[in-house]
Design a protein around this ligand. Structure first.
Ligand code: F3S
Length: 755
């Protein structure tokens, strides 16, 4: 940790002067988000002000974090960048590739065998390039980052959209693609459009059954999955300071579900307590010394409407527990209305599984509060009607919760304790019977509940709730169970009521851990060998993408016109495909297989214009590629929402798709497309989406004078000989246009490193 505190002190040393310079330039009091942004300008002191939602700005993040699924591609790219060592502190975490099946010990053993090649690769690349490596079983990336690396006022990027979790410790932590991580590790600036700011004022105090999770479930209901796009959400008020640090982490974590760039809270005593409890007195002392800079200026929170682009107020004293879902995290239902809503919508009332865990809700406090419900159930003669699974967030949390008896409490209720890993949250769940695709309901404390996400079954209705509510609902076995008002029948036939949960924000006896699962990198990694077998199915060294040919793109075929929601899960599915995350050609066989074809409403069934036959999307695209013909993908609103998965951009690039044309993009995906040298375009007139026909051949014109803020033209040649000409917009700046021309950002980095 010594490396860290030196870095943190260096960052803090710049805060007072940089914030003062920014305040003078902006000419008004600053929000916390602005302070952190201006303190991390690549250039140092601010010399100009930036327009929210418009200006592209270069930043200097303090850290990079990567999880095993995305780290493979990020590090394969880094290996191509020509550098000896990472330029900023970086870590890799093995958490996505461990399937939940029978329980922690056996599942971990199996993963260590099945994914040995990948874990060995990540371990050796980390060792070579100075990256901290967290082995399988060490924990879920965002919990481990919160426990070890997050610090108030810091800026971090991570190759996972829930990197935002570190906002719970007052950071600006942002999910990016592996290509962005590669840039920052290579010592380059990281570019972001200066975000807009949403202020959320929390009044009152959480009480009874209501938990921090309910705050974000409520916010998701208000803002929807798109409402936070391009924004930082800054929470403040008495309700914020009265909440635990890990609770704040939960709220920030699910900021990803409203599309927010990130979320954060001002430094307060809960953060200081957490830093000290996780052995970071030095960080707490350093933060205390510049406390005033680690929260907004007083005027901002007094009159938030003046300083934020949007303000939401939530009274925690009146907030009800929520269940969000099914199939989308923004369909928010207060528990008192669940019975009515479930009946009205025909949601299956019987609950089959309750799952507690994920990076969102796997802290010590979460487990202790859920365990208090489990314990009551045992004490009151209740058994659980649903199956029950727990994924602790880290080995430190697991070890401490075990020492304090919480895991035994869960096991007394027949719960299965899975590995400290993502498990069902990322579809790594060998759920018995899921292949029968029966209609069923599960509740979990995760963040995402898109169709098929947890178990691959499109008919699983997944609802998101706090861990304590998941425990109560699993025990009752019913979706409409309201623990605030309803009773349950115990083994003696008596009616019993569950009392509100209790728990400890931090372990009374302190955290403990035997082996946290950390491997420090070699001081000098120059002799460390990184081995990738040319016959491997899991890993493949990258070849540079070809540069732009210097002409307009003519004669492209329409590959698919996707209808409705098209998330990165639809573009590059997780679950069984996770194992190919380090092998671009193999994983490309999942390209867009989840997207709905507008013309026949089917998934993975598109017309091959060369043969007239329908077939899978990847095979159709491979046929175009083999024929030397480029193609175009058309999409709807918020295309690419969901995760930072760059495979969703690299696969089309690898298979020869030349452009993605949509009504609107999710930010991370749009950037990922640009990094890979793809064209990401938006309809100037959204109605033009309707002009795209199934047999269209398409030209993209204007590329020879491709310039910022200048639309391009698309000509649609229809089968009947008619044609439409439409205008399309783009958000490429001068630098991003260079990426396009070079065939991808990495080609430029490598060229510069060789100079
Ligand atoms: Fe893992 Fe699910 Fe979080 S996949 S990182 S636990 S969102």
């Amino acid at each position: 940790m010594a490396f860290d505190i030196d870095m943190i002190k260096r960052v803090y040393a710049n805060f007072p002067s940089r914030i003062e310079a920014a305040r003078k330039l902006v000419g008004k009091p600053l929000t916390l988000s602005e302070k952190i942004l201006y303190a991390h300008l690549w250039q140092g002191d601010a010399s100009e002000t930036y327009t929210r939602g418009e200006s592209y700005v270069d930043f200097a993040p303090d850290r990079v974090a990567m999880q095993d699924a995305t780290a493979q591609m990020a590090l394969l790219q880094f290996m191509q960048a020509g550098r000896a060592k990472v330029a900023v502190p970086s870590t890799a975490h093995c958490d996505h590739l461990i399937q939940a099946k029978v329980g922690a010990e056996e599942d971990l053993k199996r993963a260590n065998t099945e994914s040995k090649e990948v874990f060995d690769f990540l371990g050796s690349v980390s060792n070579k390039y100075g990256i901290g490596f967290w082995k399988p079983g060490a924990g879920i990336i965002h919990q481990v980052v919160l426990e070890n690396y997050a610090f108030p006022g810091g800026m971090m990027i991570g190759t996972d959209s829930h990197t935002v979790n570190a906002g719970g410790l007052g950071m600006l932590a942002i999910g990016v693609g592996g290509a962005d991580a590669c840039d920052v590790m290579a010592g380059l600036p990281w570019e972001l459009k200066f975000p807009k700011l949403i202020g959320v004022k929390l009044t009152g105090k959480l009480n009874g059954w209501t938990a921090p999770k309910d705050v974000i479930l409520k916010v998701a209901g208000i803002l929807t999955v798109k409402g936070g796009t391009g924004c930082i959400v800054e929470y403040f008020g008495e309700g914020a300071t009265s909440m635990s640090c890990t609770g704040k982490g939960t709220i920030c974590n699910m900021g990803a579900e409203i599309g927010a760039t990130t979320s954060t809270f001002g430094y307060d005593e809960s953060m200081e307590r957490y830093l000290r409890a996780t052995n970071r007195d030095d960080v707490a002392d350093a933060a205390n010394a510049i406390k005033a800079h680690l929260t907004a200026d007083a005027e901002v929170y007094a009159e938030p409407e003046k300083y934020f682009d949007q303000v939401i107020e939530i009274n925690l004293s009146e907030l009800e527990p929520h269940l969000n879902g099914p199939f989308t995290p923004d369909l928010a239902t207060p528990i008192s209305q669940m019975k009515q809503e479930a009946e009205k919508n025909g949601w299956p009332m019987k609950v089959e599984w309750g799952l507690i865990g994920s990076c969102t809700n796997s802290s010590y406090e979460d487990l202790s509060r859920a365990a208090s419900i489990a314990k009551q159930a045992v004490d009151k003669g209740l058994s659980t009607k649903a199956d029950f699974g727990i994924n602790p967030g880290s080995e430190q949390v697991r070890f401490t919760a075990d020492r304090d008896g919480y895991l035994k409490t869960f096991e007394d209720l027949n719960a299965t304790v899975f590995t400290n890993a993502c498990g069902p949250c990322i579809g790594m769940w060998d759920r018995v019977g899921a292949d029968k695709q029966e209609k069923n309901t599960i509740v979990h404390s995760f963040n995402r509940n898109f169709a098929k996400r947890a178990d691959g079954n499109p008919n699983t209705f997944a609802f998101v709730a706090s861990p304590e509510m998941v425990a109560a609902i699993a025990i009752s076995g019913r979706l409409d169970f309201n623990p605030l008002t309803d009773t349950l029948t115990n083994a003696n036939g008596e009616q019993v009521k569950l009392d509100p949960p209790t728990g400890d924000e931090l372990p009374q006896k302190g955290f403990a851990v035997d082996d946290p699962g950390y491997q420090a990198p070699a001081e000098d990694g120059s002799n460390v060998e990184v081995i990738v077998s040319p016959t491997s199915h899991r890993l493949q060294l990258l070849e540079p993408f070809a540069a732009w040919e210097g002409t307009d793109l003519l004669g492209l075929k329409l590959l698919i016109k996707a209808k409705g929601k098209c998330t990165t899960d639809h573009i590059s599915m997780a679950g069984p495909w996770l194992k190919f995350r380090g092998h671009l050609d193999n994983i490309s066989n999942n390209m867009l297989i989840g997207a709905v074809n507008f013309f026949n409403e089917k998934t993975d069934d598109v017309k091959n214009q060369l043969t007239g036959e329908y077939g899978p999307v990847p095979a159709t695209q491979r046929a175009y590629k083999a024929a030397g013909i480029g193609s175009i993908v058309v999409g709807d609103e918020n295309y690419g929402e969901g995760s930072s998965r760059e495979h969703a951009a690299m696969e089309p690039r690898h298979l020869g798709v030349r452009a993605v044309l949509v009504k609107s993009f999710a930010r991370i995906h749009e950037t990922n497309l640009k990094k890979q040298g793809m064209l990401g375009l938006t309809f100037a007139n959204k109605e033009d989406y309707n002009k795209i026909l199934e047999d269209d051949t398409i030209d993209i014109l204007g590329l020879t004078s491709f310039a910022p803020n200048t639309p391009l033209t698309i000509v649609l040649h229809h089968k009947d000989g008619s044609k439409d000409e439409i205008l399309v917009n783009h958000s490429y700046n001068a630098q991003q246009i260079e990426w396009f021309k070079a065939g991808g950002a990495l080609n430029i980095i490598r060229k510069n490193a060789a100079k």
